[in-house]
Design a protein. Structure first.
Length: 412
């Protein structure tokens, strides 16, 4: 067997293993910790990937490539020991190897386990997509390949397109980026707790915060439309025709209060309704605030009618006869029956805030009633709908008709 000539001077801190099949990288750095001088060690290895039947030239190239990787590892060791937060305690943990599910579980418990904003539910949705692609016990360092990155992005796009609730078959790159963001959080947690070596990242450059798991460029998707008055009437008429009176109440309530379905509509109680003041005062877990919304005449009529039934329940929930799943099923059913392009429980929030916008309510008030920021109200919720756009075009040449100063009522 032809061997590589190792009679050369290797960089300081880099040496060959006993069997000359890998490089050993060792670093010791003097640092100040809590006002005291100390010396921190770091150790790593880089395998020389010799293959059977390699020529002398191929083995030399393989040796040189591994040596370059060892030099990178040496630089990372120095950077890691110099960042001011490393101690002998957490250096001991660097020998551990993190796996995806175990690292995620620990991270979730620490960061989102006690969340009251509902963000923990979103994280669980992102994680479900991650684990539908990656094996739970895959090592964090084994995930760091360009093929895994590209295939994961494709997987997310396909999974989102095929979701039953995605009636418009649109995929926002921002949605995929949130899944990539969760992976980056997992990797950062792994590095901080000695479960993943920085040098193993897809892009180990300390200056690159995305670690090689790059966000996709933001693209605009087909916007979700608010319900027009005619579309709402169509659904209500069809539901009454089929005897689905409870669904009629639910649709009207959602359209007239702007409640989020899962965390607000299904949770609020009859005690939250103040019949004297004509308001409903309810908690918004997502933003951790209480909101007061004045009831429309038809919403108040529903509350009065369901009052006795709610009071018979121990939890006093007004719409306890529904579940998240049953609501999604009913919305999907009437979407098909009424031939609506986009009809989900979430479209009711768009409808609520769009109607406020149509009535010239200022964004600050829309934001308060909708439980969002002013910026969010303006960017995402104050949408136009077909009815508003048609009315705008009808009024285009009405009282605000603007003709040139020398025009004589002529169209040129």
């Amino acid at each position: 067997m032809v061997t590589v000539n190792t009679n050369l001077v290797l960089p300081k801190g880099i040496s060959l293993s006993k069997h000359q099949t890998s490089f050993r990288i060792q670093t010791r750095k003097k640092v100040m910790i809590d006002g005291k001088r100390d010396k921190l060690p770091a150790f790593g290895t880089v395998k020389i990937n010799y293959q059977p039947n390699m020529t002398a030239l191929q083995r030399q190239e393989c040796f040189n490539a591994a040596l370059e990787e060892a030099k990178k590892e040496k630089i990372l060791q120095v950077a890691r020991l110099s960042n001011g937060t490393v101690t002998k305690e957490n250096l001991k943990k660097l020998k551990a190897v993190g796996t995806l599910k175990a690292t995620y579980d620990t991270l979730f418990l620490e960061r989102w386990g006690h969340s009251k904003t509902g963000n923990d539910i979103n994280i669980k949705h992102y994680a479900a997509d991650v684990f539908s692609f990656f094996p739970s016990d895959i090592r964090l360092d084994a995930m760091q390949t360009h093929d895994y990155y590209k295939e994961f992005v494709k997987h997310c796009k396909k999974a989102i397109e095929n979701r039953k609730a995605n009636h418009m078959a649109t995929v926002s790159t921002n949605t995929i980026n949130k899944r990539l963001g969760l992976l980056r959080d997992i990797f950062r947690y792994g590095i901080a707790h000695g479960l993943l070596d920085q040098s193993k990242l897809l892009n180990p450059d300390l200056r690159i915060t995305d670690m090689g798991w790059v966000n996709l460029p933001i693209i605009t998707v087909k916007k979700k439309m608010a319900l027009t008055a005619e579309e709402e009437r169509r659904v209500l008429d069809k539901a009454k025709e089929m005897g689905q009176h409870d669904f009629c109440d639910a649709l009207v309530w959602l359209n007239d209060t702007g409640m989020r379905q899962r965390t607000e509509f299904l949770k609020f109680t009859i005690d939250d309704v103040d019949f004297k003041r004509n308001t409903v005062h309810f908690y918004r877990p997502k933003t951790d605030v209480w909101t007061t919304v004045f009831l429309t005449p038809r919403a108040k009529e529903i509350a009065l009618r369901l009052k006795d039934r709610a009071n018979l329940r121990e939890d006093k929930r007004v719409f306890a006869h529904f579940t998240g799943r049953s609501m999604r099923t009913l919305f999907d059913k009437f979407r098909k029956l009424c031939k609506l392009p986009d009809f989900t429980p979430y479209v009711t929030r768009h409808t609520f805030m769009t109607k406020l916008g149509k009535n010239k309510v200022v964004p600050a008030t829309i934001a308060k009633l909708g439980g969002v920021t002013i910026e969010t109200a303006q960017k995402y919720y104050v949408h136009s709908n077909t009815e508003m756009e048609e009315e705008a075009m009808e009024n285009l040449n009405g009282t605000n008709d603007m003709r040139g100063h020398n025009s004589k009522n002529r169209i040129e």
